[in-house]
Ligand binder design. Structure first.
Ligand code: NDP
Ligand code: OXD
Length: 310
């Protein structure tokens, strides 16, 4: 049986070397050089071309080499009977927490305003009575692998933390909200709102004119999840009207963000090119662990629930 790498995203040789290191005796084929398709039982994938996995009739395991599976689940020909495992890795989580802490603090400490003053060479204290962390609420949409870690780290920094999820949570120190009914109540609590939700039909466009209106005036928005969760025109309108003080965005409806997109030059936006948390070769132990489990007939972990969409 054989492994195949299906992705145009990074150099396949890196993953060939990782397979050789962690799965001695296995070789990695690279899409589209599939060879005999009846031999391929495991696919290591990141954003594989739609339809590609359906051409592998002997497939028994799909390993997503990233966290989010939204792109994969949008493939109408995804072999849905094959278990799909996603990447959960402590380093991935640390990277995301670092990113969203950076994003929130940039807002709270008025980085955009000071940057503008710096450009003019002006020494001005904008905010002498800056509120202490204990008086600010950081709200996190999503209390899964990434959202929970971020919540704990914001607590450690002294902030009040609120979280929103689908099911009830009991995370020490976090004010938990769950379900659609409690979304607006949650949003109204937060001085900064961080999105760490998976992109599903339910969460697409969740940051829109109505939910933004439910946020506090002057709130700051950070998106480390997926661009599809934001209605761009509504976010831009809220930034222009001053309802939101700014946005720190890593992900976009269209990636790469087109050069003419207003986010690039908007004075209240900090935009980064989908780098909040990157899959690194050092995470291959976790990626290959899924293959080892499958080969040993052990239970798989981090299996995606295709019905839920994450
Ligand atoms: P998890 O699946 O571990 O957690 C998802 C959380 O979202 C859960 O708390 C879940 O609730 C909640 N949720 C899902 N749907 C809803 C809903 N309809 N209403 C309320 N809450 C909902 O995901 P991760 O934390 O591992 O990852 C989150 C996302 O981050 C990924 O899907 C990916 O898109 C993005 N990401 C972005 C990266 C980047 O570089 N920008 C890197 C890595 C990930 P419940 O717990 O009740 O199920
Ligand atoms: C991921 C990502 O989901 O990098 O892993 O966006």
């Amino acid at each position: 049986m054989a492994l195949i790498y299906v992705s145009a995203w990074s150099d396949a040789d890196i993953w060939r070397a990782e397979v050789a290191k962690h799965l001695p005796g296995e070789t990695l084929r690279v899409w589209p050089d599939v060879g005999n398709v009846d031999e391929i039982d495991v696919a290591l994938v990141w954003k594989p071309p739609h339809g590609s996995l359906a051409t592998l009739p002997a497939l028994k395991l799909i390993v997503n080499m990233g966290v989010g599976v939204d792109s994969l689940l949008q493939d109408p020909n995804l072999p849905r009977h094959v278990p799909l495992v996603r990447l959960v890795d402590p380093l991935m989580t640390e990277q995301m927490t670092e990113y969203v802490v950076l994003g929130v603090l940039a807002g709270f400490r008025k980085l955009l305003d000071y940057r503008a003053l710096q450009a003019e060479g002006r020494w001005v204290e904008i905010d002498r009575d800056v509120a202490p962390p204990s008086e600010r609420v950081v709200g996190i949409l999503g209390q899964g692998e990434l959202g929970t870690d971020a919540a704990r780290k914001f607590l450690a920094l002294g902030y009040k933390v609120a979280g929103w999820s689908r099911s009830p949570k009991h995370i020490l120190g976090v004010e938990s909200f769950h379900g659609q009914d409690r979304l607006h109540a949650f949003l109204g609590r937060c001085d900064a709102v961080v999105c760490l939700l998976p992109l599903t039909p339910e969460t697409r466009g969740i940051v829109n004119a109505r939910t933004i209106a439910a946020m506090k005036k002057g709130a700051w928005f950070v998106n480390g999840a997926r661009g599809g969760q934001v209605v761009d025109a509504d976010l831009l309108a809220a930034l222009d009207s001053g309802h939101l003080s700014g946005a720190f965005l890593d992900v976009f409806n269209e990636e790469p963000l087109p050069p003419s997109h207003p986010y690039w030059r908007h004075p209240k936006v900090i935009a980064t090119p989908h780098i909040a948390a990157l899959t690194l070769p050092s995470m291959s132990e976790r990626i290959m662990d899924a293959v080892k489990r499958y080969k040993a007939g052990k239970p798989l972990i981090n299996v995606v629930d295709l019905e839920r969409g994450y």
